[in-house]
Write a protein that binds this ligand. Structure first.
Ligand code: ATP
Length: 312
C-alpha cells in the first residue's frame, strides 16, 4: 500500500457566501459628537452575493476577482483581512489564511459589499480554524468591524437601531423582487453623510424611531409588495443626489417602468427598484439598460439568509 504524504494532499478550502443588502428604510438622526449618526433602519438581505474562499496560508493574504475588483484594497484595510485578524486574536489562533474574494455586490455602491466580505471572512475563518465560537460571539466580533457587519452575518430582514448594529429580526411573508441600477463610480459613505449634515446645518433632523416604519413593517408582514413599495424611505437619498444629480435618471426610469417603489440603496449610488414579480423586475432592469442609466444591472430576490458555508 502506498501512503500519500500529508504535504501532497490538497489544502483544505472553505467557501462562504454572504449577501448584499438594501435598506428598505433608512432614517438618520443628527450627527453626534463622536461623528456617528443615530439610525433607525430596516435592512433586507438580497440574492446578490459575495463569495469568500478561505485556505491555509502563512500570514493573511487577500486576493480579489469579479466586477470592480480593481477598486478593492488588498492590504490590511480590507474588511475581510481585518475580520480574519480580529478572529485570530480573539480565538488565540496563530494560523494565517488566504482569503479570495469574488465580488458580486457593487463596490462602494451602498449595498455593503465590504461588510458582507467581513461577515463571510468571519464564518470562513471560524470553520477553517475550528475556533468553536458561537454565532453570538461571532456577532460581537462583527459589530466591532462595522455597523452593517452583524446584519450580513444574520441576513433575512431586520430592524437596525443605534448605528444600525442593534438588530431585531423582522417578520416577513413571501419574496420580494428587485432590480438594481449599478454605477462603476461609487459614492463615499462619509461624503454622503457630510452632504446630509450640510443639508441639515440650520435645522438638525429629529432622532429617528422605528415607530416611523409601522406601515413598512405591516407591508412586510402581509407580504404586500405594493404597500412595501410605497413605504420605501431613505433620508440619505437627497444627499446622494446632491453629490450625483444624474441619479435622478435611474429613479425616473424605474418609476416609468411601473416600479412599485424606487429608492437609492443606503448611501448610494445603486438604485433599487421593487417589481411586482420576477418578470417585472427583469423588465425594470431592461429599462435601466435601454435608457443607458446604469453601468451594470442586477436582479435579485429578498430576503435571503446571511453569511454561510456553501462548500468545503
Ligand atoms: P456601505 O453601504 O456599508 O457604506 P458600500 O457598499 O457603499 O458600503 P463597500 O463596497 O462596502 O461600500 O466599500 C466601501 C469602501 O471600503 C471601498 O471603496 C473600499 O475602499 C473599502 N473596502 C474595504 N474592504 C473592502 C472589501 N472587502 N470590499 C470592498 N470594499 C472594501
Amino acid at each position: 500500500m502506498t501512503l500519500t504524504p500529508v504535504d501532497a494532499l490538497p489544502a483544505r478550502q472553505v467557501r462562504v457566501r454572504a449577501p448584499g443588502k438594501v435598506n428598505l428604510s433608512l432614517r438618520v438622526g443628527p450627527r453626534q459628537p463622536d461623528g456617528f449618526h443615530p439610525l433607525s433602519t430596516v435592512f433586507q438581505a438580497v440574492s446578490v452575493y459575495e463569495e469568500v474562499v478561505a485556505s491555509p496560508h502563512d500570514g493573511v493574504l487577500v486576493t480579489v476577482s469579479g466586477p470592480q475588483s480593481a477598486a478593492v484594497p488588498t492590504d490590511d484595510s480590507n474588511l475581510a483581512a481585518r475580520a480574519a485578524r480580529l478572529l485570530a486574536r480573539r480565538a488565540g489562533v496563530t494560523d494565517g489564511v488566504h482569503l479570495h474574494l469574488v465580488k458580486g455586490v457593487p463596490v462602494a455602491g451602498g449595498m455593503a459589499g465590504g461588510s458582507a466580505d467581513a461577515a463571510a471572512a468571519l464564518v470562513a475563518c471560524d470553520a477553517l480554524w475550528s475556533t468553536g465560537m458561537s454565532r453570538d460571539e461571532l456577532g460581537g466580533l462583527a459589530a466591532a468591524l462595522g455597523a452593517d457587519v452583524p446584519f450580513l452575518l444574520a441576513g433575512h430582514t431586520a430592524v437596525g437601531a443605534g448605528r444600525g448594529d442593534l438588530l431585531t429580526p423582522a417578520l416577513t411573508r413571501g419574496e420580494f423582487h428587485w432590480a438594481f441600477a449599478v454605477r462603476d463610480q461609487g459614492l463615499s459613505t462619509a461624503a454622503v453623510y457630510a452632504a446630509y449634515d450640510e443639508r441639515h446645518r440650520a435645522a438638525p433632523p429629529a432622532t429617528p424611531s422605528d415607530a416611523d416604519d409601522v406601515p413598512l413593517m405591516q407591508a412586510l408582514l402581509a407580504g404586500d409588495a405594493t404597500a412595501l413599495g410605497q413605504a420605501l424611505h431613505n433620508d440619505l437619498q437627497q444627499a446622494a443626489l446632491d453629490l450625483a444629480p444624474d441619479l435622478a435618471e435611474p429613479l425616473q426610469v424605474a418609476r416609468d417602468a411601473g416600479a412599485l417603489g424606487v429608492v437609492v440603496s443606503g448611501s448610494g449610488p445603486t438604485v433599487a427598484a421593487l417589481g411586482r414579480n420576477r418578470q417585472h423586475a427583469l423588465l425594470i432592469a431592461a429599462a435601466f439598460t435601454a435608457a443607458g442609466v446604469a453601468d451594470r444591472v442586477l436582479t435579485a430576490t429578498g430576503p435571503v439568509p446571511g453569511a454561510r458555508v456553501v462548500g468545503e
